[in-house]
Write a protein of this length. Structure first.
Length: 113
């Protein structure tokens, strides 16, 4: 069982690495057993620029396919807002499975990170 302290330490470690360049918006990921959420946040002004989730998109299929759709959707919305370069904030999640699928789909959609 993973304790809250270990999860919090892992999340702080990831955020410390991406906090070096605060001028670039970050793509933050949150996932549960059923859904996945993604949002691009401008930390300089404390605003969410774009967001997307598998719950809003009402995707059918596997959870990985839903993550791919969310990655494509967030990339399209970000390009509409003229956001091209981002920092990827995976939170406390390992970079594999649904998190990796979302990141790869966002890269294929035109985001650079």
């Amino acid at each position: 069982m993973i304790t809250k302290n270990r999860t919090q330490r892992r999340q702080n470690r990831v955020r410390a690495k991406i906090a070096k360049n605060i001028g670039i918006p970050r793509l933050s990921i949150f996932r549960t057993n059923a859904h996945i959420w993604a949002q691009i946040i401008d930390d300089k002004h404390g605003k969410t620029l774009v967001s997307s989730s598998s719950k809003v998109l009402k995707t059918k299929g596997t959870k990985t396919e839903a993550a791919i759709k969310v990655g494509e959707d967030i990339a399209l919305k970000a390009l509409d807002k003229k956001v091209l370069n981002i920092r990827f904030d995976r939170g406390a999640y390992k970079y594999h499975g649904r998190v990796k699928a979302l990141a790869d789909a966002a890269r294929d959609g035109g985001l650079k990170f």
